[in-house]
Design a protein around this ligand. Structure first.
Ligand code: SF4
Length: 586
């Protein structure tokens, strides 16, 4: 049993509803899509008070189950115009769970900027936000801790979110209090800004009650043991996500200089300084921390704390997507440069994928050379103060590309493509094309899948299977990096859910939840007016050969859509849904 809070910002009132059973397992990305479809919000203005901002956590929130405390934040995206779920690690979902809450929705908009404080008993109060306005995320967090104490977790709207820049995310505390775990994509921070909510503050308490606590603890142990034995998890823990840069560089799928190349260095001849191997070694020599858990209990610890040459902390974490988009895609070759820019981006609370894609466009246009760090720092300063150029840049790659009259703009549904060139990393490319979320690798990433000689139909099948599993994980608060274990142990995960909330869900529950989530998201975007044209890759991916593989993109949206529809129809039959997951609900 958990409570869900509906917070009406206009009237400053709070409604509390008690949720039980399966309701608590149908959380996160599923709950966001279901709510947005049921309420018929596809055509609203994302910045209008009608756009709810939903914070939802899964059944393990507040526990020490490894990588099971992610929080999903969703609304209609002001960046894409479609459905949006951005999830993040950190401790805010953990704190909500410990307050015996399963989530909250911010409805309408406040007249004055406000900070919302949630006590460990789940009581809500509203506080004047003026001391925090215009301040960076780091300073805001320090001031919020001065006011509310150290034993709280924060979710902050940064200075860019305040002026509704579309690359603004929502920044949440990590276990040591760094406000750097960002629900980054799709402009959720801009929607928080439109609602005039500067921050949410939630007490941290103790593990919440569970239906069968002993059963949950047994599952925590068993899941932990499986993670410990898993080679993929061990690798991720040892080198962090930065290791993906080495892999993508050798496969030729790394974004380099606005996706004009797929490899930064020939790794048979030269060591790549922007890769996980080099970064880990240098970081350890400097006294940094190569493995770090972004949330309590995570045994994978894919994160890091990156130190400068004097051993001082520069940024935490330094992750692959940032290395790719804000680094190699902007022509950088030194991880120290990316780390410094990453820290500034964290202080602004913005999506480093969107930011990197945007700045690379200016470099391609000739406003600056690729690799010009002072130019990038000046652009970030403009974004911080929100001057004319800063506001223009803060709206992301699609709008900036359009304004500059450019054709090589790497976006799908107006959201920047993640650090996997779709000409080479084809399954991930198909996932980014076909997901309703806009170009987002986390919806269905299979970076090392061998795609050579495989048909569009085969690869769409691979993409849809992984999209289903990712949608399920995003709907119960599991971090995708545990997927090599969770995806093949649904009995263990569903058993733990049943023990946590007293349900008797079958082992097929997760797949069913994933399919229904995908169907609901598709319905929302259909209602919003999206069509096959919106799924197509930008033309240059089909026309320009990518070095060194010499590949061009070969999958077109119409064909991808047709195979996706077949896959969804088959899945609907498999799970006993009438036509699609959405039909069962309507
Ligand atoms: S695997 Fe990494 S991102 Fe996922 S919960 Fe653990 S530390 Fe956080």
């Amino acid at each position: 049993m958990r409570d869900y809070l509906t917070i009406d910002l206009a009237g400053k009132t709070v409604e509390r509803e008690t949720w039980t059973g399966e309701q608590l397992a149908r959380a996160g990305r599923y709950y966001i899509a279901k709510t947005m479809v049921e309420r018929g919000l596809a055509k609203i203005d994302p910045f209008s008070p009608e756009n709810p901002l939903i914070f939802s956590v899964g059944p393990f929130a507040g526990s020490n189950m490894s990588n099971a405390n992610r929080i999903s934040i969703g609304c209609k995206s002001p960046l894409t115009g479609g459905i949006k779920e951005a999830n993040a690690g950190g401790t805010f979902g953990f704190a909500l769970g410990q307050a015996e809450l399963c989530g909250l929705t911010l409805e309408n908009a406040s007249d004055d900027w406000t900070v919302i404080y949630i006590t460990k008993e789940g009581d809500v109060s509203f506080h004047d936000a003026s001391p925090y306005m215009g301040k960076g995320v780091i300073e805001s967090a320090a001031l919020l801790h001065d006011e509310f104490g150290e034993k709280v977790s924060l979710a902050i709207c940064g200075p860019v979110g305040e002026y509704q820049g579309l690359m603004a995310g929502i920044s949440m505390s990590d276990p040591e209090g760094r406000p750097v775990r960002i629900a980054a994509r799709g402009g959720v921070g801009a929607v928080m800004g439109a609602k005039k909510v500067k921050a949410l503050v939630c007490d941290k308490n103790k593990m919440p009650t569970y239906h069968d606590r002993r059963g949950v603890m047994k599952a925590v142990k068993e899941y932990g043991a499986k993670l410990k034995e898993d080679a993929a998890v061990q690798n991720l823990g040892a080198k962090g996500t930065a290791l993906v840069a080495d892999v993508m560089n050798s496969m030729g799928g790394l974004p380099v200089r606005n996706f004009s190349g797929g490899q930064l260095v020939d790794s048979t001849k030269e060591r790549m300084r922007m890769g996980g191997d080099f970064i880990r070694e240098q970081n350890m020599e400097r006294g940094g921390t190569p493995t770090h858990a972004c949330m309590p209990g995570c045994m994978i610890k894919c994160s890091n704390i990156y130190a400068d040459k004097d051993g001082n902390e520069m940024v935490s974490p330094l992750e692959y997507e940032t290395i790719g988009l804000l680094g190699t895609n902007c022509g950088l070759e030194d991880p120290d440069h990316v780390a410094k820019l990453n820290m500034t981006a964290n202080d602004l609370g913005v999506d480093t994928i969107e930011l990197g894609a945007t700045l690379a466009l200016l470099m391609e246009k000739g406003v600056a050379e690729f690799g010009d760090v002072p130019f990038m720092e000046a652009a970030l300063e403009d974004i911080r103060v929100g001057n004319e150029r800063g506001k223009m840049l803060s709206d992301g790659a699609a709008r900036v590309g359009e304004k500059l009259g450019m054709t090589r703009v790497p976006v799908i549904k107006k959201q920047a493509i993640s650090a996997y060139d779709p000409r080479v990393i084809e399954v991930t490319g198909i996932s980014m094309m076909s997901t309703a979320q806009g170009a987002d690798h986390t919806t269905g990433n299979l970076p090392t899948h061998d795609c050579d000689g495989k048909s569009t139909e085969e690869l769409v099948g691979e993409s849809m299977t992984v999209q289903m599993l990712c949608a399920a994980a995003d709907s119960v608060g599991l971090c995708l990096f545990g997927r090599s274990v969770t995806n093949i142990n649904h009995d263990l995960v569903v058993g733990a859910i049943n023990d946590a909330i007293g349900t008797e869900l079958p082992n097929t529950f997760l797949k069913e939840l994933g399919v229904e989530t995908l169907a609901l998201e598709e319905k929302f975007n259909d209602d919003a007016g999206f069509n096959a044209e919106d799924d197509e890759l930008p033309e240059f991916f089909y026309k320009e050969n990518l070095a060194p593989s010499d590949k061009t993109a070969r999958h077109h949206a119409n064909e991808v859509r047709a195979h996706r529809a077949d896959w969804m129809a088959n899945a609907a039959v498999e799970f006993g849904l009438t036509q699609s997951g959405a039909d069962r609900l309507y």
